[in-house]
Design a protein around this ligand. Sequence first.
Ligand code: PMP
Length: 294
Amino acid sequence: MAAPFDDRDGFIWMDGKLVPWRSAQAHVLTHALHYGSSVFEGVRVYGGQIFKLREHTLRLIKSAEWLGFTIPFTADQIDQACRDTVKAQNIVDGYLRPVAWRGSEMMGVAAQQSKIHLAVAAWEWPSYFSPEARAKGINMIISPWKRPAPDTAPVHAKAAGLYMICTLAKHQAEAQGAHDALMHDYRGFLAEATGANLFLIMDGKLHTPKPDCFLNGITRLTVMDLARARGIEVIERHIKPDELAQAQEVFLTGTAAEITPVGRIGELSYTPGRLTMQLSDDYMAATRQAVVAA
Ligand code: PMP
């Protein structure tokens, strides 16, 4: 097993400065640990350049607002913190994890006076799913867990608390020998995977669930643009689970997952096809273009 995440060399940016990796600590009576008052981002680094950095920074700021707190740094400062962290860690191809949370000044549900912290860590990180799983398409189960209704949680925030369902669903998938789980939403429509958005290819068109109760991924938006640039029609709508049987290709999108073909969902099987490969190539080209342009 790789070194645990709290016992590594290097630096983590925390509350305004780079600190030695092992000193980037939060107290056990931190509000975020007890009440889930934490938001975060997952960002990729390609060729030493941070892909879609400003989009991720703006979503982090917005996620905090959805949880009722303000990050005490501007978007420019957060972007710079990310660049400084990548530089300090000497990351060429890797992953960046900005996280903001309520501190330990108040212990209880109310936490208006708590200090807001911000940290950014970065590490080398290859593919989220193994190259073999990607080539064949990953194997998914349908989880009984549902994405919650918009009036039951701040569903558009990338908030730590919303991931407890994802962890349960992912563990359930892995216990059954699958790679990931597909969740329905609170109405029973198809929603998303535990860390990625869903796309179906039906008759040459791209169909994707309307993100009205889950994360509208930055990769999702990029892939929709890439598809339109190829003249592929993109349809955002509520998709019923039984429509999965009519899809010719299925794939997931996410910063970590990039474009990951799906080979199986429950009893249904798919073969990663031409359109998935085309969009995956276009996506990787977009990440490389960003490197050349920088
Ligand atoms: N849904 C969930 C639950 C996620 O964790 C992610 C990854 N951040 C996504 C969708 C995809 O979002 P993005 O493309 O912005 O990484």
